[in-house]
Design a protein around this ligand. Structure first.
Ligand SMILES: [Zn+2]
Length: 320
């Protein structure tokens, strides 16, 4: 896989004008329709629609009670240690519903895929708000097991919506499916069934920590379970220089070991990054990953760097 990540509609326009959204081999474009800022755009066809799930500054600003709460009453918000954005408690029913509705609205469009971003608890020991404590008690599970079960259930539901056209239609975003397979035409003949909608790959962003059970303990992500639900994972491995790359290589290999048969791509930070260092980082990650995404550089520049990088590696399971 070769692709770019952007939150800027100007990039989408530029790519369209350059005819790059339709080129083969495919350029995969990931566009943030909902960012951690809480800004939400209408779904965009033809690209992977990225949805920031539990990172949402605007939601917490509007309702401070939505913030996830950790040990000692620490709130998972900006301005406290560890957090670059505000994290919403994953047990809030109304907020979860709004996320799932957004997934369904995106699924109603001819999107290239749906990517769930900032999906997880903010950190180990979170969330211990009254909602979560009550839910955990009711489950009879210990805290870590309950957290993972909660996150797996959310992702399972999101994936189901992402893949079910009816769920999309029920959300009011698409044409209603015909229950009987087609109404008779005036001549009495039954028109051929509509082609099945193209499969929509669903991906999930993981924090770049493949060590031991860190993802499970820190974020409540059971990657063995999630690997059966999603099509691939994305690991952002960011740096401003990539002046050394051994750590990029080590992390990419770690994920290869952790994920086994489940494909993954590495997302590198590309805005104003020295091209030589960036290309070196991309090449070492490519040795283990199924492809590379470049984030936040202007689209024409990023496409030029990807062209210099060349096609996906021969071992890629996401070469199309
Ligand atoms: Zn909570």
């Amino acid at each position: 896989m070769r692709g770019i990540v952007t939150y800027d509609r100007r990039d989408l326009r530029a790519l369209r004008e350059m005819g790059l959204l339709d080129r083969r081999p495919r350029l995969h474009v990931f566009y943030e329709i909902k960012s951690v800022l809480g800004r939400t755009d209408p779904p965009v066809p033809g690209v992977h629609n990225m949805i920031s799930c539990f990172g949402d500054n605007r939601a917490v600003q509007r309702d401070p009670g939505l913030a996830a709460v950790g040990p000692g009453g620490m709130r998972a918000v900006r301005g406290t240690p560890y957090f670059d954005w505000d994290w919403v408690c994953p047990s809030d029913e109304g907020y979860r519903r709004s996320l799932l509705d957004l997934v369904a609205r995106a699924a109603a469009q001819a999107v290239a895929g749906i990517r769930l971003d900032t999906v997880g608890f903010p950190r180990e020991g979170f969330c211990r708000c009254p909602r979560c404590q009550a839910a955990q008690r009711a489950s009879g599970l210990d805290e870590e097991t309950w957290r993972a079960a909660t996150m797996t259930a959310f992702i399972r539901e999101a994936v189901a919506r992402a893949r079910t056209p009816r769920a999309a239609a029920d959300a009011g975003g698409g044409a209603a499916p015909r229950a009987d397979g087609g109404n008779p035409t005036p001549s009495g003949s039954v028109p051929p069934p509509e082609p099945a909608p193209a499969p929509r790959p669903v991906s999930v962003t993981l924090y770049p920590d493949p060590f031991g059970d860190h993802l499970f303990r820190r974020f409540g992500l059971d990657v063995a379970q999630l690997g059966r639900l999603v099509d691939f994972f994305v690991m952002p491995i960011y740096d401003l220089h990539y002046s050394t790359t051994y750590w990029v290589e080590a992390l990419a290999w770690g994920f290869r070991d952790l994920l086994g048969d489940v494909p993954f791509v590495v997302e590198l930070y590309a805005l104003n990054v020295d091209r030589k260092g960036l290309l070196k980082a991309a090449r070492v990650a490519d040795a283990y990953a199924d492809g590379i995404l470049l984030a936040y550089e202007r689209a024409p520049e990023a496409v030029g760097i990807l062209d210099e990088l060349g096609p996906p590696p021969s071992h890629s399971r996401l070469a199309g």
